[in-house]
Design a protein around this ligand. Structure first.
Ligand code: HMG
Length: 390
């Protein structure tokens, strides 16, 4: 049975800061951020957006009535959860008006969460081929103002419908994965910013890629020449390139050129949004699918997922005939072009604006947020949401 990605959506907030201006404010040469890190713009989430609303906005326009009826499993990957108990997916299930006869859960393993969700979804479809699974990957990357990680923040979400006979890409059966207990990046439950050993995290990312790639080649006998492109988890757009370069000498010059050119295309959205943690890999996949014109059905795309802590996986997909007719290219271009730039001081103010944690009530001004689904405030320790379309 063919199982894979039937639909893909994404959402990012309407505000961003320019990395050249952030560099200037931090007394850093702009090229460090734009070339060394590889980021041009960084999404800035207003207080009216959280992991729930980002995910719901990402899914809002890709689901039709049949999807809503057939989705019987919602898996929400996030490391920016809003509750230690209730799953963020339950809020999204309600906001989107999905069929009540569904299972809904949240999964977590840093940036690997959405990949875990996809693999679970695959197993579910294998048992129930007539059903569909909604996978959400949604996060707000926060390291803090004036920290080394600041230039690698971002916010956004992806939504994927996993089904049998998918219209966009089939996920192949064999994959390679690895777990090791590593303190490269973590966020204790009492902290709203991540702690990170930047150098170690870069090293482990590359080391995990090397190990799962070797394991994958042994399992499948495939080589770089068998890939049209490889998409990477992109905490910042230089990171995947560093990993790709470690294996490029296994390929002919022609294959190297193709993989490097396609890497450039795949970073098109990430370099303008920043790290969206668990959705980042799928944002790079989306950019490749939407921005590259000459990929043919049957082409194989590799996917490298890395979640600090750490779990990594290399898996693969095959493009389906007519896949481009099932993408939302214009909608995503419009979403990005309608964004508004904020100054560094506005960004700092927005960064500091958080919800009360003492049970007090706060009402938020959602008129300033063009998103269809917003957080309207908090009452009695309960977040309040609205879908403006209802
Ligand atoms: P840093 O110490 O500020 O930067 O931290 P640096 O000194 O390492 O410089 C960065 C690059 O800029 C270097 O390039 C410099 O040479 C270059 P490289 O040698 O590495 O290729 N550079 C310049 N280039 C051009 N012109 C200049 C210039 N100056 C310097 N003038 C770091 C950078 C990424 C470590 C930091 O931002 C950080 O800690 N970020 C967060 C951690 C992270 O993103 N790690 C990535 C791997 S782990 C992962 O992907 C998982 C994650 O997504 C979390 C999860 O799983 O949930 C993070």
């Amino acid at each position: 049975m063919k199982i894979g990605i039937d639909k893909l959506g994404f959402y990012t907030p309407h505000l961003y800061v320019d990395m050249n201006k952030l560099a200037e404010a931090r007394n850093v040469e702009p090229e460090k951020f734009t070339i060394g890190i590889g980021q041009e713009k960084m999404a800035v989430p207003p207080v009216t957006q959280d992991a729930v609303t980002l995910a719901a906005n990402a899914a809002l326009d890709i689901l039709d009535e049949t999807d809503k009826e057939k989705i019987d499993f919602v898996i929400f990957g996030t490391e920016s959860g809003i509750d230690h108990s209730k799953s963020a997916g339950v809020y999204v299930h309600q906001l989107l008006g999905l069929n009540p006869e569904a299972r809904t859960i949240e999964v977590k393993q840093a940036c690997y969460g959405a990949t875990a969700a996809i693999q679970m979804a695959k197993g579910h479809i294998a048992l129930h081929p007539e059903s569909k699974v909604l996978v959400l990957g949604s996060d707000i990357a926060r390291y803090g103002l004036n920290t080394a990680g600041e230039a690698t923040q971002g916010a956004g979400a992806v939504a994927l419908v996993i089904s049998a006979d998918p219209k966009v890409m089939v996920l192949e059966e064999k994959s390679a994965y690895l777990t090791a207990d590593i303190m490269d990046f973590w966020r204790p439950v009492y902290s709203d910013i991540a702690f990170v050993d930047g150098k170690l995290s870069n090293e482990q990312y590359i080391s995990f890629f090397g190990k799962v790639w070797e394991q994958y080649k042994e399992k499948t006998g495939l080589e770089l020449k068998d890939f049209e492109a490889i998409c990477y988890h992109m905490p910042y757009t230089k990171m995947g390139l560093k990993a790709l370069r470690t294996v490029l000498d296994e390929a002919s010059v022609e294959d190297q050129e193709r993989l490097l050119a396609n890497y450039e295309i795949s970073k098109g959205y990430n370099k303008n949004i920043g790290n969206i943690y668990t959705g980042s890999l799928y944002l790079s996949l989306l950019a490749l699918l939407e921005q590259k014109d000459d990929m043919v059905a049957g082409a194989r795309i590799g996917l490298f997922s890395y979640g600090s802590g750490a779990v990594g996986e290399f898996f693969t997909s095959i493009l389906q005939p007519g896949y481009k007719d099932h993408l939302n290219i214009k909608q995503h271009a419009d979403l990005l072009s309608a964004r508004r730039e904020v100054s560094v001081s506005e960004y700092e103010e927005i960064f500091e604006e958080t919800l009360p944690i003492d049970g007090s009530t706060m009402e938020l001004d959602i008129d300033k947020d063009p998103a269809e689904i917003c957080l309207t405030g908090i009452t009695d320790n309960m977040r309040q949401y609205v879908n403006k379309r209802n």
